[in-house]
Design a protein around this ligand. Structure first.
Ligand code: TMP
Length: 209
C-alpha cells in the first residue's frame, strides 16, 4: 500500500466507538498493517492540555472558546501526526475528528454549521477521512453506559446529547459514501462484526485501485 488510510470513529459518548477502535487495531495488526491509533482532542502534549481544559476544567467555558479549542487541537494534530502518518503509508485510526465538531458544537451547542465546516476545512488542511464509522446508539443506552462519573461534555444533559445524536444522523445522510452507519445498540461482538465488514470492504476497494 503506497498511500496510507485515514479512518475516523464517531458517535455519542458511551457509543462504544473506542472499544471498537481497539478491536479494529488488533485485527489490522494481525494482518500486518502498520497502524497508528490516535484521538481528538488530546493526542499530543499540546492537545492533552486542551483536553484537560475542555473536559475537566472548573472554569465556565463559552461556546466560542470551546469551538476554537477543539479546532486548535485538530490543526496541530493534523500537521504533527495525521498527515505524516498517512504519507508514511500507515493506517490512521482516529477516535473523533471533524464530524464531532459539527455534531457537538453545531447541532448540540447551536453554532453555525456552515461556519464550522469552513473552520474545519482550515484545520484539516485538505486531509479528509477515507472512511468514517458512525456508531449510532440510543441516548438512553449511552447514558446508562456512562454511569455517574461524567466529564464536562458528558454532563451537558440528555437534551443536548439527543441533538448531537440527531446531528450525526443528518451528517451521515448528507455524506453516505464516506460515513457508514453502524448500529451500536447491539452487543460488542455484533457491532464488531458489522465494523469489520465495512473495514474489509474498504481494504478490498483499495487493493483493486
Ligand atoms: P472522548 O474522547 O471521551 O470521546 O471525549 C471527547 C469529548 O469531546 C466528547 O464529549 C465529544 C467532545 N468533542 C466535541 O465536542 N467536539 C469535538 O470537535 C471533539 C473532537 C470532541
Amino acid at each position: 500500500m503506497k498511500k496510507g488510510l485515514f479512518i475516523t470513529f464517531e458517535g455519542a459518548d458511551g457509543s462504544g466507538k473506542t472499544t471498537q477502535l481497539n478491536l479494529v487495531k488488533s485485527f489490522l495488526e494481525q494482518q500486518n498493517y502498520d497502524v497508528v491509533v490516535t484521538r481528538e482532542p488530546g493526542a499530543l502534549e499540546f492537545g492533552r492540555k486542551i483536553r484537560e481544559i475542555l473536559l475537566h476544567g472548573k472554569e465556565v467555558i463559552c461556546d466560542n472558546a470551546e469551538m476554537f479549542l477543539f479546532l486548535a487541537d485538530r490543526a496541530q494534530h493534523i500537521e504533527s501526526l495525521i498527515k505524516p502518518s498517512i504519507s508514511a503509508g500507515k493506517i490512521v485510526l482516529c477516535d473523533r475528528h471533524v464530524d464531532s465538531t459539527i455534531a457537538y458544537q453545531g447541532y448540540g451547542r447551536g453554532q453555525n454549521i456552515e461556519l464550522l465546516k469552513s473552520l474545519n476545512k482550515i484545520a484539516v488542511n485538505s486531509i479528509v477521512p477515507d472512511l468514517t464509522l458512525l456508531f449510532d446508539v440510543s441516548t438512553e443506552i449511552s447514558f446508562q453506559r456512562l454511569g455517574n462519573e461524567k466529564d464536562r461534555m458528558e454532563s451537558a444533559g440528555i437534551g443536548f446529547h439527543k441533538k448531537v445524536a440527531e446531528g450525526y444522523l443528518q451528517l451521515q445522510k448528507s455524506e453516505p459514501e464516506r460515513i457508514k452507519l453502524i448500529n451500536a445498540n447491539n452487543s460488542i461482538e455484533t457491532v464488531y462484526n458489522d465494523t469489520k465488514r465495512v473495514i474489509l470492504n474498504l481494504l478490498q476497494e483499495r487493493q483493486g485501485e
